[in-house]
Design a protein around this ligand. Structure first.
Ligand code: MG
Length: 384
């Protein structure tokens, strides 16, 4: 169990909950990094007094300097700052909860410095899974998943023989548009897409949940984390988000992990691993729920999910391409430049039109990612 944690993405939904968990269990917070929110970052620093404080958006460094004056923290900025935290001597465990592919280099840097990684940044594994898992194996560094589904699988795999695993069951809430057709979703607004039934999260992941891209990314993430073939992953829609995922063994025993939909449970499991201590969340009352439902996903309506599975089967840079195209398309949707269904069309087009290449180093990943973003930008430019 760790004594301290450095948090990248500290002002986001996972970051703030991680601070709550750290405080409850008296873990020292040695570093905090946020993307743009200087005021909230400094507010956290006033309470937690970390050694290092970083703003990823370099244009806000002077604002950080002004706001954090007298706090006694070393101030950092940009990707260099994130990577400095990742490998700093004061970092015992690195919790990476930044949003998007930008999290990859800090993860690789942390692994190279042999820091255990509590990973909430799924794009890290989607875009650069081959590099991350290879480096983690070489350095013997644990990757502790914070995504609720992957935490569930990680927990269900404990105490059993890995080679007797038959497959995993990855649960999906189905998002706000479960049961809808493409026709129904033609005029979906940003507000509708941001209204998730079970989980309260940042805007990028909430849109990803509405398109089911999130589940597609998690499919790819699970393949890397648990070394599975695509055939070994069954996705099922479970509307209540109580069963967080399950594993199936050779004897057809199914072992699942349940709990209320609260990210503090997987965050705490990653931070206190392998300990289980009281968690600041509600107990699960199955009788309050009464009924738990399970259904097959609708692959025709949610083409982002289909694209991710296809990309995972293709391998190479294909997962990185669907991820990059999605990041660009979601940004365009959130700034109201494209309709909701266009996200899936752009992700699918990027997958079909950009050839997959082998990824051997970080620069390869970055290039494939840029190519996908440029592809989307070009499509948007020629359409407008
Ligand atoms: Mg999840």
């Amino acid at each position: 169990m760790t004594n301290s944690v450095a948090i990248l993405g500290s002002t986001g939904s996972i970051g703030t909950q991680a601070i709550e968990v750290a405080q409850m269990h008296h873990l020292r917070v040695t570093a905090l990094a946020a993307n743009t929110r200087v005021d909230e970052l400094v507010k956290q620093a006033r309470i937690l007094r970390p050694e290092l404080l970083c703003i990823a958006d370099e244009s806000r460094y002077s604002a950080l300097k002004e706001a954090a004056a007298g706090l006694g923290c070393r101030l950092l900025a940009g990707m260099d700052g994130l990577c400095e935290i990742a490998q700093h001597e004061s970092t015992e465990t690195l919790l990476n909860s930044v949003v998007g592919m930008v999290g990859l280099l800090p993860t690789l840097t942390g692994i190279a410095a042999r820091k255990p990684i509590a990973l909430a940044n799924k794009e890290t594994l989607v875009a650069g899974g081959a590099l991350v898992m290879k480096a983690a194996a070489e350095q013997n560094v644990p990757i502790l998943p914070i995504d609720s589904e992957h935490s569930a699988i990680f927990q269900c795999l404990r105490g059993n023989k890995r080679k007797q695993l038959k497959k995993i069951i990855l649960t999906a809430s189905g998002g706000p548009f479960f049961g809808k057709t493409k026709e129904d979703l033609k005029h979906t607004t940003v507000e509708e897409a941001l209204n998730h039934p079970n989980w309260s999260m940042g805007s990028k992941i909430t849109v990803d949940s509405a398109t089911l891209m999130n589940k597609g990314l998690e499919f790819i993430e699970a393949r890397w984390l648990f070394d599975l073939t695509p055939e070994q992953i069954e996705i099922i829609v479970h509307r209540q988000s109580v069963l967080h995922s399950a594993v199936v063994y050779e004897d057809e025993s199914v072992i699942g992990q349940m709990g209320v939909p609260d990210m503090k449970i997987p965050i705490q499991y990653a931070l206190l691993y392998p300990e289980r201590l009281p968690c600041p969340t509600k107990p699960l009352s199955l009788t309050d729920y009464g009924t738990l439902t399970f259904a097959k996903p609708d692959y025709d309506t949610f083409d982002c999910l289909t694209a991710c599975i296809k990309a995972s089967e293709t391998g190479g840079s294909a997962p990185c391409i669907v991820n990059g195209a999605n990041e660009a398309a979601v940004a365009a949707f959130l700034s109201r430049k494209i309709p909701f269904l266009r996200i899936g069309e752009l992700v699918t087009a990027a997958l079909n039109e950009i050839p997959s290449e082998t990824l051997t180093c970080y620069e390869d990943v970055r290039r494939a990612d840029s190519r996908a973003r440029a592809f989307v930008a070009e499509k948007l430019r020629t359409e407008s």
